[in-house]
Structure formats: C-alpha cells, structure tokens
Unconditional design. Structure first.
Length: 133
C-alpha cells in the first residue's frame, strides 16, 4: 500500500461492472479544487445528532459549508437559531420560513419575527466515512 498514490481514474469509477480499460489511477484529486468554489467563504463542520439522517447525513459526517451562497428553497443549511447552530432544509412560504429536519422524530422550526435567526451557510457537500471503525 505504500506505493499507492491518491489519484483519479481518467474515465471515472464505474459503480456497475469493473472496466478493464481503467486499470490505473493517473490523475491526482485536489479536494479543495473539487469541493470548494469560494475558498474565503467556505468552512467545514462535523455533524452532531441525527435530525438529518433520512437525508443520508449521519453523526460524524463532515459538511462543506459555503457562506457566500444565497439561500434557496430546499437548500440544506447551517442556521443559527436562538443561540444554537442547527442543520435543516430551508422551506420558504408566504408566511416566512420553516426549517425542516429529515427525521420524523424532530419537529419543524418556524422562524418568526421574534426568532434570533441567521442562515450561517449553505451545505454544498457531505463527506462521510463508509468504513466501519
């Protein structure tokens, strides 16, 4: 394993049957170039809790968060609500904004005029460990 370098198969990695034409990894992957569009406004955060588990976001996953993006309907966002950070989907409606979890055990959060609220950043990628520890 010491001789193996991080690289990328030129034609991608097939999720079906292996392709004998792509036996070699030739191009290095720079995760910052792949995952970060706005370096000065991008942060990483680790997920705590399970309110987004039905969206495939598990405790311990790493979020790539872009603070420069304008929030849009359906975005997964890191929000600051009444002194705490939370990860939820943004749902805009005529009466305002709802923060929607992806786990039925958690209630939605209605953002009202009296709520201390800010969209801190938009999640652009979720990095997860798929190997049992």
């Amino acid at each position: 394993m010491d001789d193996v370098k991080c690289g990328m198969a030129q034609s991608g990695i097939h999720a079906g049957f292996p392709s004998p034409a792509t036996d070699y990894m030739t191009q290095a992957i720079d995760l910052n170039k792949e995952l970060v569009r706005h370096p000065a406004a991008t942060f990483y955060g680790r997920v705590v809790g399970d309110s987004m588990i039905d969206a495939g976001v598990d405790e311990g996953d790493i979020l790539v968060i872009d603070k420069s993006l304008e929030p849009q309907e359906g975005d997964m966002a890191v929000c600051f609500v009444d002194g705490e950070f939370t990860l939820k989907y943004l749902r805009f409606h005529p009466g305002g904004l709802t923060l929607q979890p992806a786990n039925d055990r958690y209630p939605s959060i209605e953002v009202g005029e009296d709520t201390d609220f800010k969209v801190w950043g938009i999640v652009t990628y979720v990095i997860k460990n798929v190997r049992a520890r």
